[in-house]
Design a protein. Structure first.
Length: 284
């Protein structure tokens, strides 16, 4: 596995990040670890499929998204749309520190996950709008050209899995996500073994992206990231597909009109994709 990041760069910054991006209870938990233990957890996080879930992960990922959001939108008025957030709160936690005057929007149809996200973020001083509808219809809620950044935080795989479930007639809205995950993995494994994954998924994925681009302001950005979970691999996720989710998606996105891929120093193209909506020429 290619490392997510450089341990030698990240470790010296992690304690400062913990003080910035963790709440008091989380910081207390972080400080209960020895320096050696923090280093071990961070090294494993960066260099192996994710198998531990502690505040070290939270400090790293929140800080990473905070760094990215400052680069993409330095102003305080960030409007961010997250796709398939589940109940992961990394981005709203980062935004509450970097862009407290901003607006966080998420489109997610699973009600249980939305309820969990609401509980995790209820104390944040950040305006939030959780939309329980298909992201394909997101412009009905946001309007056109109103969003600065569209984020897929470890969500490309979730979108792909949801597309396959929809084709198979499997309900992803009311089901418990973790109970459904083995079935999702089996669908991915099945299509991968037949070499039909792209044929099943690419066009619906691009259809979603076209709808999302309509909400994005001219010059705005799409940011996608991915990393590996050991549990998914243990449950049979095809390793080659899971590890190369971003390169596979990049090939599909090359057919998408109206945007261009950009690169950012320090964000590895194995794990990140950045698109910028092409600036419209003024009409006279």
């Amino acid at each position: 596995m290619k490392p997510l990041d450089h341990f030698e760069t990240c470790f010296p910054l992690l304690e400062d990040h913990a003080h910035t991006f963790l709440n008091p209870d989380e910081l207390k938990s972080f400080q209960s670890f020895s320096g050696k233990e923090v280093a071990r957890q961070l090294k494993n996080l960066l260099e192996k499929p994710l198998a531990e879930f502690t505040v070290v992960n939270e400090a790293y990922f929140r800080a990473r998204w905070a760094e990215l959001l400052r680069l993409l939108h330095p102003g305080e008025d960030l409007v961010l749309l997250e796709i398939a957030s589940g109940d992961a709160d990394m981005i709203p936690q980062a935004m509450a520190r970097t862009h407290p005057k901003g607006l966080y929007i998420t489109a997610n149809m699973n009600k249980a996950l939305n309820d969990s996200l609401s509980r995790k973020t209820e104390s944040l001083a950040l305006k939030m709008n959780i939309i329980e509808d298909d992201a394909v219809r997101i412009a009905d809620y946001t309007g056109k050209g109103t969003v600065d950044v569209i984020a897929f935080q470890h969500a490309v795989n979730d979108v792909i899995q949801s597309i396959l479930c929809d084709k198979a007639g499997i309900d992803t809205v009311h089901a418990e996500w973790m109970e459904l995950l083995p079935r999702m993995i089996e669908l991915v494994k099945q299509e991968s073994s037949r070499n039909t994954l792209a044929a099943q998924v690419k066009e619906p994925f691009l259809e979603l992206m076209r709808a999302l681009l309509g909400t994005l302001r001219s010059g705005g950005y799409v940011a996608m990231n991915h990393y590996l979970f050991q549990l998914d691999l243990d449950w049979g996720y095809p390793p080659d597909v899971f590890e190369h989710m971003i390169p596979m998606t990049r090939e599909w996105l090359r057919e998408l009109k109206g945007c261009r891929e950009i690169t950012l120093d320090g964000f590895d193209s194995q794990w990140w994709i950045f698109l910028q909506k092409i600036v419209s020429e003024p009409s006279y």
